[in-house]
Ligand binder design. Structure first.
Ligand code: AHR
Length: 514
């Protein structure tokens, strides 16, 4: 491949990454909670039943905010079921995942788990089978200091101090026909606005995310965001986006190119949100909460991998095993998020453990890192700071990406995906400049020349690559480190110039001291 060139200047930034950009998601789904983060009786479990082997991996992964309890699950959830004496909590049939929910883990346990992990909690309220009334009561239970029936109930349950939860999601994917009590945009917009009003009357310090369309391919996309924001504009800070990439067609170049659709999706939602603002002559800017993103397809439309018959408790569903090429596409998503740091100020990798997750466990057994663990950890640990505006000169390729709606194939043309996808993040305090670089060529090494202007002399602090000749290679219980970052040898610096050679099909992180 001919030289690929990147230029940027220290003074020109897209924005500064918000700490909430590096979030993840825990849903009452499969073995995410039970057998994932919570497993009383597990050899590593503490007195609360929190698996400490999982906790150690979560700390290493370094998510900053955690969405809970769903997802589709939240649209039928009665939050009251999950609080109070554990022995008295009801067992319920969950219609989202056709499972039995034991409610042994609920909101208070989640808050404790987050505090132990050093993660901000993000709670979702049920705007499917319930509405504003249940939502306002939940805010009162969680955030009111005391002296009222609900806040005193929390105190009696053992949580004297208010939880102080700041970030709340107004329902989930309410345009999806799979959702319990799905709604039209007008129906949802009105319920969300009234819920938002009451929730903020209880606690004006909270921030709210209205549910965007379930995906860019939904027939409702666009009109949904417009209508919902017209109803909720004055009451919310965020609109949510969800994306799951796939390789149904076994077309790896198209799979890797599909990451660029995430950029388009973000730009479109920004345009719609700003159009709603413009109609109101408002300078308010609605931010984007990309609160579900990942690769997910093997266990998506396959019913046996999604539903187990007989209403089981914590069935092993959606246990996607991620391979090397998934880690590449996933890394590309991290770059898309970084490069929109000005408007995407919250994001959640869906999900955290076992269910389409970077961490896998065996119930009663060990825990290990999936391939996608690595790019996320590097994104979170090294992606803090000012994201610079880059000028990239790279050859491109065209692709056709299949993003089926239900059983019907549906193709996007991607006319010019640059082989290089890159983000440059400057952390002034740490004195580092980190380049996240994805080489999307499956066959060719990429000679990369970077001109980092305005920094003076730069020096390599660390350089790592994730690649493997076998794009289908995976990590497993018996081979947990099959895919892990290795040193990237071919990096040189001279003044503000950096030269590197990126392996074919590789994810690379080059951290420079500046
Ligand atoms: O993350 C899995 C599911 O995907 C979530 O429950 C839902 O919101 C989305 O459709």
């Amino acid at each position: 491949m001919r030289n690929v060139e990147v230029r940027f200047h220290r003074d020109f930034a897209i924005g500064t990454t918000h700490p909430r950009l590096f979030g993840a998601f825990i849903e009452h789904l499969g073995r995410c909670v039970y057998g994932g983060i919570f497993e009383p009786g597990h050899p590593t479990a503490d007195a609360r039943g929190f698996r400490q082997d999982v906790m150690a991996l979560v700390r290493e992964l370094a998510p900053t905010i955690m969405r809970y309890p769903g997802g589709n699950f939240v649209s039928g959830y009665d939050w009251e079921d999950g609080v109070g004496p554990i022995a008295e909590r009801p067992q319920r049939l969950d219609l989202a995942w056709m499972s039995t929910e034991t409610n042994q883990f609920g909101t208070n346990e989640f808050i404790d788990w987050c505090r132990m992990a050093g993660i901000e909690p993000m709670l979702a309220v049920n705007l499917g089978t319930r509405g504003g009334d249940a939502a306002r009561r939940m805010v009162e239970y969680c955030n009111h200091p005391g002296g009222t029936t609900l806040s005193e109930r929390r105190r009696t349950h053992g949580w004297d101090k208010p939880h102080g939860v700041k970030f709340w999601c107004l329902g989930n994917e309410m345009d999806g026909p799979w959702q319990m009590e799905a709604k039209t945009a007008t129906e949802y917009g009105r319920v969300a606005r009234e819920a938002a009003k009451m929730m903020k009357w209880f606690d004006p310090s909270i921030e709210l995310a209205a549910a965007g369309s379930s995906g860019r391919r939904m027939p409702t996309f666009g009109a949904w965001e417009d209508t919902v924001l017209q109803h909720t504009f004055d009451h919310v800070e965020y609109i949510s986006l969800h994306t799951y990439l796939n390789n149904y067609d076994q077309d790896t170049p198209a799979f890797l190119a599909s990451v660029d659709l995430m950029d388009d999706f973000i730009d479109e939602v920004v345009a719609i949100a700003d159009a709603v603002a413009a109609r109101r002559r408002s300078s308010k800017r609605i931010m984007l909460s990309f609160d579900e993103w990942n690769v997910w397809y093997r266990t998506r439309r396959n019913r046996a991998a999604r539903i187990k018959e007989g209403w089981p408790v914590a069935p092993p569903i959606l246990e996607e095993i991620y391979n090397m090429e998934d880690a590449l596409a996933f890394g590309g998503c991290c770059i898309s998020l970084l490069n929109h740091a000005d408007r995407v100020t919250a994001a959640c990798l869906a999900q955290l453990v076992n269910v389409i997750a970077p961490i896998m466990t065996e119930t009663g057994g060990p825990a290990w890192r999936q391939t996608i663990f690595w790019p996320f950890m590097q994104f979170s640990r090294m992606g803090r700071g000012r994201v610079l505006r880059t000028e990239i000169r790279s050859p491109t390729y065209s692709a056709r990406y299949n993003d089926p709606q239900g059983p019907i194939n549906d193709y996007y043309d991607i006319p010019a995906a640059p082989y290089l996808k890159l983000s440059a993040v400057h952390d002034d305090k740490a004195g580092t400049l980190t380049l996240f670089a994805l080489n999307r060529s499956l066959t060719e090494e990429m000679p990369l020349a970077v001109s980092a202007a305005g920094f003076g002399k730069v020096a390599v602090k660390q350089a790592l690559q994730l690649c493997d000749p076998d794009l289908e290679a995976v990590n497993s219980k018996t081979s947990p480190d099959r895919i892990a970052p290795k040193p990237l040898a071919k990096v040189k610096t001279s003044g503000g110039q950096v030269e590197a050679v990126l392996a074919p099909a590789s994810w690379n992180v080059i951290q420079l001291a500046v």
